[in-house]
Design a protein around this ligand. Structure first.
Ligand SMILES: [Zn+2]
Length: 227
């Protein structure tokens, strides 16, 4: 069977993480959220992990070449032989170009970039409505989709519900701006490469994952026909 080397794209609040985990189970492919694999490399004390740690300890951004190196190391592991799912990287066109080079060096290529499309209004509605309680880890509610029995109070422990800084409307709008200016050009980049797959993200998570499964099945069939 051919490899499925996948990238997940989409704005914050598009449900990429949820879909990545679903895909991981369905396809039995490892799911690499960038932050997680960087932390794992640091924990394992690999050469690149040590480099990454120096930046992280200083509070600096880990440079692209270190992140790409860590991804390169990861995808050579036996569990990624049939493919992998990458989330959170690349975020910019130069990163995508560097990743493509690394893949080429490894004799591989990205098979598909799956874009989960959600409008700005829907993102603000989803993230801006989130409320969390004071427990660690907190219980998470949504004013519209998953409200507590009593407004502003956690059903489980009775602590007051608040809004995380990341979910404040101004912060959400700022994250969206970053997404539009830096990450959205990736959509054109992967479209030019002929590997962009768009999925409407405003349906239920189950419908989104059914759509992704269907398009991956089509991709595999097309490849089999080419062989
Ligand atoms: Zn709680």
């Amino acid at each position: 069977m051919s490899e499925l080397n996948l990238i997940l794209l989409g704005p914050p609040g598009s449900g990429k993480g949820t879909q990545g985990e679903e895909l991981q189970e369905d396809l039995r492919l490892p799911y690499y959220a960038t932050g997680d694999i960087l932390r794992a490399a640091v924990r394992d004390g690999t050469e690149l992990g040590k480099q990454a740690k120096e930046y992280m300890d200083r509070g600096d951004l880990v440079p692209d070449e270190v992140i790409i190196g860590v991804i390169g190391e990861r995808v050579q592991a036996p569990d990624a032989a049939d493919g992998f799912i990458l989330d959170g990287f690349p975020r910019t066109v130069p990163q995508a170009e560097a990743l493509a080079e690394e893949m080429e060096d490894l004799g591989r290529a990205i098979t598909a970039a799956i874009l989960i499309e959600v409008s700005d209004d829907e993102v603000v509605r989803r993230l801006g409505g989130r409320r969390t309680c004071e427990a660690t880890p907190p219980h998470v509610y949504h004013v519209e989709f998953n409200p507590p029995a009593e407004e502003g109070v956690c059903d489980v422990d009775g602590s007051p519900l608040g809004i995380r800084e990341d979910d404040e409307p101004e912060v959400v709008r700022h994250r969206l701006e970053q997404y539009h200016t830096k990450t959205e050009p990736l959509v054109d980049y992967y479209e030019d490469k002929g590997i962009l797959q768009r999925v409407g993200g405003e349906q239920s998570p189950d419908e989104v994952s059914a759509r992704i499964r269907a398009l991956l099945a089509t991709l595999r069939r097309e490849e089999e026909m080419e062989i």
